[in-house]
Design a protein around this ligand. Sequence first.
Ligand code: HEM
Length: 310
Amino acid sequence: MEVPGNLSQTPVPQIGEWKHPEITDLRSPCPVINSLCNHGYLPRDGRNVTADEVIKAFEEVLGLAPDLANGLTKPAFMLHLDQESAKTNSENREAAGEEEIKKEEQSWFHSFLSKLPVPTMDTQLSLGLRNAGQVNVKGEPVLNLDQLSRHGAVEHDVSLVRNDFAQGDNTSPQPHLVEELLKASSDGKIFTIADFARLRNQRLREQKQDNPQLNFGLREAILAFGEVALIMCIWGVSFSGGYDKAPYEYIKAIFKDERIPFQEGWKRRTIPLTLAELTLNSTYLQAATFIDSFRQPGQHTTVAENSTRD
Ligand code: HEM
């Protein structure tokens, strides 16, 4: 007799094969981490993911250099503390695992992070997402994907395709915002840095209007620019030495399907992406966004746009 919903009949997909997540699988607000799960490079159920698995996928699948792969991943596996009370409330520290915090504070990575010149990132624990004692059977720290939605750690307001925290679901892509993003390509074939700059300003204007509890300061802006810069550096095409144009179909695959655009012809970079190159690309994007903010909505021609289009 056929048992409805009997999953034992379902063939197990190969690693690399894209599969839509099951209803019970956990997903995050990050389209790229979700894509890596949907291809099986990270656990498809989105549970008990280790830092080593993420770093391996970043290096081997996306082409990140070890400095960047480690630098993006390790802070997320630190303990999550409530932002306000993290520094002052000893009860909170105890609840979050005083022993684990002490160990983190003694690590070289913690001391490196604490020296990073990023204003308002004044507590290095603020990027942490993990619960105290959250480890796998081997004792390795693990995260579940829904923990990436913890507001104010990495997750921030004014996402490209997701609601703000105060608007409800801050995890799932919103179809109308995905459509808005896809329309941001001014020629429908390529996304330039200027297209993303214009979209970033447009999203900020929209959220200022729609969310009275909006929280988008320097810290959030740095994260938001970094996310787009990552996309450009990984999926952008380098015609003239800079990764400043990304094919429309690649962007659509990532944001709409949460899929790595292998079938559209994307191949991993040959030169791994370092933190230095990412920072340069993010600075370029910030400058383009600044220039764009002087223009009226709908007005397109800018210095940045001209310089990013052949
Ligand atoms: C190569 C690595 C990565 C890439 C290319 C990437 C890309 C992106 C992009 C483009 C977004 C913006 C989505 C939107 O605005 O709607 C995003 C959001 C996010 N990413 Fe990633 N990401 C990467 C690594 C990570 C890592 C290591 C974490 C750590 C846990 C992370 C956590 C998040 C979170 C929480 C958001 C939501 C931010 C928001 O509220 O908009 N990502 N990511």
